[in-house]
Design a protein around this ligand. Structure first.
Ligand SMILES: [Zn+2]
Length: 323
């Protein structure tokens, strides 16, 4: 690997930007361009992670690890050097584009009554929640023009999966949730497939950085489950976007010992319950403490709240849950 190529990549991805995009926050500045905060690489209780934004270097006084943005990506995502480079390159290119697309969709949300009506129907009421999840709406038909005006090349839009080969918007009449490196689109129409992702993988657990230090975590299947729980005041909730966890999501859940309340859908055909049991066994074998939550049959956490359930009743389900 050519040294110049690496230096160029590091110049394009400042370490501090990358850390902040992964929810790192400095606790205090040490001097100009030098910051101290909690270490994202180990269980840190007092700030021991030093970042020199000017040099693009970090060092942790707790776990003794340090290096540049590439080294950070290796350690954080637990991948080898070439994969870390690929992740960073993809993050650089795709990140800006998806962020601009998400901003566009977010602007559209309140311009379309059908989108707001759908959110209400799914129990999403609070403006704070809409901002927290950066929920948006894809009416279809105008994203391409917006991004082209921002001087993105049509080929890049197609490559990211935002626009079809023929040049039409991929997401039409969908509620859109930004993920890390993807956008999830939920159709509001009964005739289209309900769930869609862009071709990049679904990534890690939803808002993992905000919950990873909780000793107890609630894991749900869907973003609308996440939404109603967050709105009801449960802030230790995360979402696997389906009942099957990918390798990264599983690794995240096992990164240290914690209680995981698995609140998957109570499907009439037992699909969600079976997935929850299999996951519980795997988590138990890796040293976590899994607990499966039983919802009334036919319900997921979203419908539980939409049909009148409240935080106190859901808390009772958590307390009644079985290891
Ligand atoms: Zn550390």
């Amino acid at each position: 690997m050519n040294r110049q190529v690496l230096d160029e990549l590091k110049r394009q991805i400042p370490l501090l930007d990358y850390l902040q995009a992964h929810d790192w926050r400095s606790a205090r500045p040490l001097s100009r361009d030098r910051w101290l905060g909690l270490c994202p690489l180990h269980q840190d209780h007092k700030p021991s992670f030093l970042v020199d934004a000017n040099k693009g270097l970090f060092y942790c006084y707790g776990c003794g690890r340090g290096g540049d943005v590439i080294r950070f990506a290796e350690l954080y995502h637990q991948v080898r050097f070439p994969q870390a480079l690929a992740l960073l390159r993809r993050w650089r290119g795709l990140g800006a584009l998806l962020c601009d697309a998400a901003s566009f969709y977010h602007l559209q949300l309140h311009r379309h009554g059908e989108a707001v009506a759908y959110l209400h129907q799914r129990g999403v009421q609070s403006a704070e929640l809409v901002e927290h999840m950066r929920i948006g709406y894809a009416p279809g038909g105008c994203l391409r023009g917006w991004l082209t005006d921002l001087s993105y090349a049509p080929a890049a839009l197609h490559q990211a999966g935002l626009v079809t080969r023929a040049g039409y918007d991929t997401y039409i009449r969908r509620i859109v949730f930004p993920l890390e490196g993807n956008l999830y689109g939920r159709s509001i129409s009964d005739t289209a497939p309900p769930h869609r992702f862009l071709p990049t993988g679904k990534g890690g657990l939803y808002y993992w950085e905000q919950v990873r230090r909780c000793p107890e975590i609630i894991l749900v299947e869907g973003l609308f489950d996440y939404a109603v729980l967050w709105q009801a005041g449960f802030r230790n909730v995360t979402c696997s976007l389906g009942s099957h966890l990918n390798a990264l999501q599983f690794r995240q859940l096992c990164d240290h010992r914690r209680t995981v309340y698995i609140a998957f859908d109570a499907d009439p055909n037992n699909g969600g319950q079976r997935a929850a049991q299999i996951l519980a066994q795997r988590l138990g074998a890796h040293g976590s403490k899994p607990v499966t939550v039983s919802l009334p049959v036919g319900h997921d956490p979203n419908s539980f709240f939409v049909q009148g359930g409240d935080a106190r009743q859901f808390q009772a389900l958590l307390e009644a849950a079985l290891p």
